[in-house]
Design a protein around this ligand. Sequence first.
Ligand SMILES: Cc1cc2nc3c(=O)[nH]c(=O)nc-3n(C[C@H](O)[C@H](O)[C@H](O)COP(=O)(O)OP(=O)(O)OC[C@H]3O[C@@H](n4cnc5c(N)ncnc54)[C@H](O)[C@@H]3O)c2cc1C
Length: 440
Amino acid sequence: MSRSDSHTYAEQPWFVPPAAETARDVVVIGAGVAGAGAAFSLAEAGFSVRVFERRETAAAETSAHPAAVVMPIISLKPAPVSRYHVAAYELTLQRIRALIERGLDPGWHPCGAVHLLNKPRLQKLYEGLAQTGLPAGIVTALSAAETAEYTGLPLQEPALLFPEAGWLHPPSFVQAQLAHERIRFFPAAPVDAIEPGGPGWRLLDEAGAVMAETPLLVLANAGDCLRFRESDWFPLIRIRGQLAYVAPEHCDRHPRSVICHDGYTVPATGVGHLMGATFDYHRDDDTLDRDDFENLVQRNQALLGLKTQIGALAMRGRVAFRSKCHDHLPMVGAVPDYAATMRDYHDITKGRSFKNYPKAPYVPGLYVTTAHGSRGMISSVMAGRILADQLVGAPAALDETLMAAVHPSRFIVRRLLRRQPPLRAADGRETGDASMNEWR
Ligand SMILES: Cc1cc2nc3c(=O)[nH]c(=O)nc-3n(C[C@H](O)[C@H](O)[C@H](O)COP(=O)(O)OP(=O)(O)OC[C@H]3O[C@@H](n4cnc5c(N)ncnc54)[C@H](O)[C@@H]3O)c2cc1C
């Protein structure tokens, strides 16, 4: 156990949240699921929200998928990633229901999701499901016969079923959230720089002209956070992912639910059966790759009863880039003042009592929601809720351990505790793990 693990969140001054904000105007940069999720939660909490997006429409970058699975990653032991995902999943289902009740269309398809037991980890989870302590209704065990019945496929293996899961159309989900009456959306508005000024922050365009002033600013621009000095140290990794689409007429079988296996299959979307997804840390090109396409289809060949030769299929799909952190959790909350954090806590390995350190230094009025990795649909909703609670000073939706687990300062503090090189070198250069494709 590390020195920080043996202390509660409240005893670790670097994780103490900032005081509540008094202003009620906020600007969000970025209109993917992260920006929309934050904007909606803030609007619900009474804030007047402006969302600035560099593209002509919302959800035009990573969140532009024709379909995305809504489902948590769970584990046998209550690890932070699993606990965060389960809480985020439940909140997302609530949000989807709330949007539908308002007469909005979040593009929701509650067809359930079945996870085949393709890894020893999942087999253990299946056998030990009763001991996981997961809330009732999240996941159940299906026998082989039940799996076949549920999916409508001749599968001969047991599986885990997430009965309330499904898929949504992310652009619809984003638009439904942005339709809130307290949100104003500004498309085609690329923010080139931010600077302290006016009531708190100024947003500048490429020509240096002021686009907006705001007391409160939320960065929801994925890897583009690294453009700003205040957030250029975020340890974000960029991971290429490719999807493949196959028209149903090429298949003999048509699943009734989402199927997760080596990848995942989403049936009957607007682009046909959708197959995901590749993970590539080392490539940065956004053109569709024929080998990736064929590998994805190959994985689904038996499942879908593909009747056309793979080589004869037209290559259809999309490439996008995930932004994530090494620990598979997002960065959410007030943005730490990097230099002040390094200054205040530089000697935390020297045995001084934690209570003698000052409280966490933050950049005034600056917040972030990013690094939602492979589960942006659910993670973005929880992140929005965390931000809204933090800005109004409400009790956090998650317990102290989980709030520490998503706190942006965790990377600075971990490096100090492990005596690792800093994220930003003394000469201002960023350092980091060059073995992966970083967002810079
Ligand atoms: C192949 C693939 C499959 C996936 N499948 C799933 C899935 O099934 N389920 C799931 O939950 N997740 C899935 N994900 C993950 C999910 O897509 C992401 O986590 C999510 O889309 C990230 O949302 P975001 O809002 O952080 O980023 P983005 O969607 O990229 O949004 C950021 C926005 O900020 C804007 N922006 C950036 N810089 C600026 C600036 N300077 N000024 C103004 N605007 C700016 C961008 O234009 C963009 O619209 C998948 C990801 C990939 C790559």
